[in-house]
Design a protein around this ligand. Structure first.
Ligand SMILES: Nc1ncnc2c1ncn2[C@@H]1O[C@H](COP(=O)(O)OP(=O)(O)OP(=O)(O)O)[C@@H](O)[C@H]1O
Ligand SMILES: Nc1ccn([C@H]2C[C@H](O)[C@@H](COP(=O)(O)O)O2)c(=O)n1
Length: 239
């Protein structure tokens, strides 16, 4: 499978291509500086997941302001300049890059969660959901069965307290994409063109376990979505 599900596995994959891709060596150097089995601080760690244009950037910024939190994203800023290099690579290498981003991010989460609530725009569930959806074709019935290990959280990766999956109906999502008008990644263009792929990504998010995603209907106004999200955080995270 294209998705490496441990730090050891993704390191091995990056090492194999490091001679040809110098950026892989740079990612490995950063990973080297991150202690394994990172532990969370006492503040809650809340992740926002979902397809593009479901409102993650909007809501994470608003939640951060509301909770005086720290906002992080995956892939983290220290490797995001190499995204275009890895996006053009074969699937196993591309997935190793995004997986590595999550392990590097875990170090940032461990530190930040000792200081304030941590709000995260995408984490492991995105890496897994896009990988699973890309490896299958056709309808959601063709995805690996619900109990498959591919939906499990990696044992050696710091876990968040709450994962909120933002969903909007397809027409509203397209309206938001058109309104925003930013440049699309290849995968995002495919998402737009291929509604089956989109359904597979979303269904994969729904099948993730330990921790599972809590689905939030993000179609209402920005204010209403923020209200719902803050209620869920209050209910599930004590701080
Ligand atoms: N609740 C909402 N109602 C209407 N428009 C919204 C809402 N939330 C976000 N938008 C608008 O939709 C567009 C996409 O939102 P945003 O950038 O927050 O999504 P995203 O999930 O972060 O996308 P990506 O993953 O591609 O970065 C933006 O123009 C934003 O202003
Ligand atoms: N943790 C992550 C974050 C992102 N990706 C991939 C999946 C999509 O191709 C793309 C979406 O990111 P965005 O445009 O919203 O920054 O990046 C991933 O696999 N894992």
């Amino acid at each position: 499978r294209a998705l490496p599900t441990s730090a050891g596995a993704l390191r091995q994959r990056l090492r194999q291509c490091a001679e040809r891709i110098p950026e892989a060596e740079a990612v490995l150097d950063l990973l080297e500086k991150c202690p394994e089995h990172q532990k969370k601080g006492s503040f809650p760690v809340i992740v926002f997941e979902g397809l593009d244009a479901t409102g993650k950037t909007t809501v994470t910024q608003a939640v951060k302001d509301n909770l005086n939190g720290i906002l992080l994203r995956s892939p983290p800023a220290c490797i995001s300049q190499w995204r275009t290099v890895f996006d053009d690579e074969r699937t196993p290498i591309k997935r190793a890059f995004y997986a590595a981003g999550n392990y590097i991010l875990a170090s940032e989460i461990a530190k930040a969660s000792t200081q304030a609530p941590v709000i995260i725009d995408r984490y492991w569930h995105s890496t897994a959901a896009y990988a699973i959806a890309t490896e299958t074709s056709g309808e959601v019935q063709d995805l690996p069965p619900a109990q498959d290990e591919v939906y499990q959280w990696p044992e050696d990766l710091l876990k968040p307290d709450l994962v909120l999956l933002l969903t909007v109906d397809p027409e509203e999502r397209v309206r938001r994409l058109q309104h925003r008008g930013l440049e699309k990644t290849k995968e995002e263009a495919e998402l737009e063109a291929n509604s089956l792929f989109r359904q597979r990504v979303e269904e994969s998010y729904r099948r993730m376990v330990n921790p599972a995603c809590q689905e939030v209907d993000a179609s209402p106004s920005k204010e209403e979505v923020l209200k719902t999200v803050l209620q869920l955080i209050k209910k599930h995270c004590a701080f």
